[in-house]
Design a protein around this ligand. Structure first.
Ligand SMILES: [Zn+2]
Length: 405
């Protein structure tokens, strides 16, 4: 590998515009303002894709990282033939995150959570003697466990017990990775609560979730892959969302490309989706409410139990805060769609038959909503559509490898 020179960047608060250095794992504005995201602002306004760097680090120009870690895969974007024909779309581009070696996709844990993990774990960090804490509904934990295990980064994972079936590994994680589970009948929000308790102790520090610029800019690499492959900013962006962090990241990447200037001047319409009956983001957005609408936590937990795509069941998404999902949807004239478990299963089957690989239950929700809006004529057949397959090839991977865990 050639010598790696990290990109220069500053951080900027979306509350007051303050610009500051990334001195110690900053997650929020130093001035204690209202809840707002901070963003990384890179010196390189025009991205240079460096294919000499491994995996997703070829996009390191727009990542707040100080080092390169081994074992990453990159999102892969290609023009769809089979599925596009089925739908009658002329310019459907699929950004595939997962396992599909024939297409150059090598994310072994099968989802775009690897983009987050390889970015976060390579972020500028002085706390190497402490333990990072990550709360997750499953896939994120698996991705972080892999990266931390391979690179000996101390990690504590907080996961709901009901989601432990998603914690499979090709090799047993290293002892630097520990896991605690919240009891049966609890969900992702309970896992977050547990992680907050751990972070009150000096030994631990929070990864930060949506507030971590490295996490969002890692997820945004799906759009970086798409735009640099297609040669322009797409018209539509389809993705299933739990927290909506991926959609915020997609919007932020879009804004960077506007500054870059070489890929057009449009904003992609965010077409994000949830798994019925648990659709709190859809409810809030349809009411054009900046606040999430009130709901009963116990009813929500029951709805969550019936949902196949458990990773989409965040009860406290980064929706209301400045720079969050409400702002992303507002700025892009976005829509929140939804699909049932059954719609998603049919969509996944159609994808498998026409494209040749399996997709995760979450990605299948996005596929189902794309099918639906095309049927109803909402999307122009000539439009450039990006479908973010946030996870796939996990069945393929399991068939081709022996697993432990
Ligand atoms: Zn501020």
């Amino acid at each position: 590998m050639e010598h790696f020179k990290p990109t220069d960047y500053k951080l900027q608060s979306l509350c007051c515009g303050a610009v500051f250095e990334d001195t110690d794992w900053e997650l929020s504005c130093p001035h204690d303002h209202e809840p707002a995201l901070i963003r990384a602002v890179y010196d390189n306004k025009q991205i240079e894709v460096n294919t000499n760097l491994p995996g997703l680090y070829k996009f390191a120009n727009w990542m707040p990282v100080e080092r390169i870690l081994d074992g990453s895969g990159s999102p892969v974007t290609y023009k769809s033939a089979g599925f596009a024909k089925e739908l009658g779309l002329e310019n459907l581009f699929i950004t595939f995150n997962g396992y599909w070696p024939e297409k150059g996709a090598h994310m072994q844990t099968g989802t775009f959570k690897e983009c987050e993990a390889y970015s976060v774990c390579a972020r500028k960090n002085k706390r190497h003697d402490k333990i990072m804490v990550v709360a997750s509904a499953g896939n994120t934990s698996r991705a972080f466990a892999k990266v931390c295990s391979e690179n000996k980064i101390p990690l504590l994972l907080c996961v709901p017990e009901d989601n432990l079936s998603s914690m499979w590994f090709e090799t047993e994680p290293d002892s630097c990775v520990k896991l605690v589970a919240t009891e049966k009948g609890t969900d992702y929000f309970d896992a977050i609560h547990l992680s907050n308790i751990a972070c009150e102790m000096d030994l631990f520090y929070p990864e930060g979730g949506a507030k971590n610029v490295a996490r969002r800019d890692g997820m945004g690499l799906t759009v970086v892959s798409a735009v640099t492959t297609i040669g322009r900013i797409p018209d539509y962006y389809f993705q299933a969302v739990g927290s909506g962090t991926g959609a915020i990241a997609a919007w932020e990447a879009n804004l960077r490309f506007l500054e870059d200037g070489r890929f057009g001047n449009n904003k992609m319409k965010l077409m994000v989706s949830q798994n019925e009956p648990f659709v709190p983001i859809k409810d809030a957005w349809e009411a054009r409410s900046r606040d999430m609408l009130p709901f009963d936590d116990n009813d929500a937990r029951k709805q969550v139990e019936t949902v196949n795509a458990k990773v989409l069941t965040n009860r406290r998404p980064p929706y209301s805060l400045k720079g969050g999902l409400f702002d992303a949807l507002s700025d892009t004239n976005g829509e929140v769609l939804s699909a049932t478990n059954e719609d998603a299963e049919n969509a996944a089957q159609l994808f498998l038959e026409t494209e040749g690989n399996d997709v995760t239950p979450a990605a299948a929700i996005a596929v189902a909503t794309l099918i639906d809006v095309v049927k109803t004529g909402k999307v122009d057949k000539k439009a450039t559509v990006m479908l973010n397959i946030t996870g796939g090839g996990t069945e393929k991977f399991k068939q081709e490898h022996e697993l432990s865990g």
